[in-house]
Design a protein around this ligand. Structure first.
Ligand code: FE2
Length: 248
């Protein structure tokens, strides 16, 4: 049987929540959704993938970690029977991502971490398993004052004006219509399904702008450590995820 299903889950934070992508856990979610685990070709992580977190050499094959934990984590991911695609979050090393080789995939350009791991670019549109995905990403770290620039915090976490303009252009090019949207933090409407507090994040404001100009079936996002989207999938266009996963 051909593998043709996409599994979407939330932040993995380097090793901290790597169990989101364990075979056992994905099988558990698949069972809940009556989906066949063996048919999963692609796993999408909705930001804060966090590998690489530490600076390391990069060549045309991707990263060559020197940190023992990252060596182990990379080996673990490489053993997976699917392709892993990461949206960019706020706990991702943007300096390292910018160094990664860019390769063409899914009708767009991606950053190569390894043979089967790639970061999806913000403001890019991809065709994966016949479905169109608008990919956004980033978020503001509310603990950034406690973090060290270029070591545990990267200012690129929030989109630059140029990136936003490029993204809007791209959206128009595609006629403002997509099957799905992937982002790290959500648009305000999506977050408000589980959290009503005030948010000061330019990324959310940008996501709101995008949300108002496009048509789409579902909007998946991570960041908030909420599985509300898994429990309310059928009845909501907004799908926040953390540990649980949805199959398309
Ligand atoms: Fe996050």
């Amino acid at each position: 049987m051909e593998a043709d299903l996409i599994y979407i889950t939330g932040d993995t934070h380097n090793t901290l929540d790597m169990s989101n992508v364990s075979g056992k856990h994905i099988r558990f979610c698949c069972k809940n959704l009556q989906a066949d685990y063996k048919r999963i070709s692609t796993v999408i992580i909705l930001g804060d993938f966090g590998l690489p977190w530490y600076k390391c050499p990069v060549d045309e094959n991707g990263i060559q970690p020197t940190n023992p934990t990252e060596k182990y984590l990379l080996k673990w991911y490489k053993s997976k029977p699917f392709t892993i695609l990461a949206v960019m979050g706020n706990h991702d090393n943007y300096d390292m991502i910018a160094n990664l080789p860019e390769v063409e995939m899914f009708d767009g350009m991606v950053f190569k971490v390894s043979e089967n791991i790639f970061y999806l670019k913000r403001g890019e549109v991809y065709k994966i398993e016949g479905k169109s995905f608008l990919v956004l990403g980033g978020a503001m770290s509310d603990d950034k004052v406690y973090r060290t620039p270029h070591e545990s915090w990267w200012k690129q976490e929030e989109l630059s004006l140029e990136e936003k303009e490029h993204c809007i252009e791209k959206i128009k090019q595609y006629g403002c219509s997509f099957d799905y949207v992937l982002s790290h933090t959500g648009p305000r409407k999506g977050i408000s399904v589980f959290d009503d507090s005030e948010i000061k994040d330019t990324t959310v404001a940008f996501n709101d702008e995008v949300e108002a100009m496009i048509s789409y079936k579902k909007w998946f996002f991570g960041h908030w450590h909420s599985d509300w989207g898994f429990n309310n999938y059928e009845n909501s266009r907004f799908v926040p995820l953390y540990h649980m996963g949805i199959v398309l």
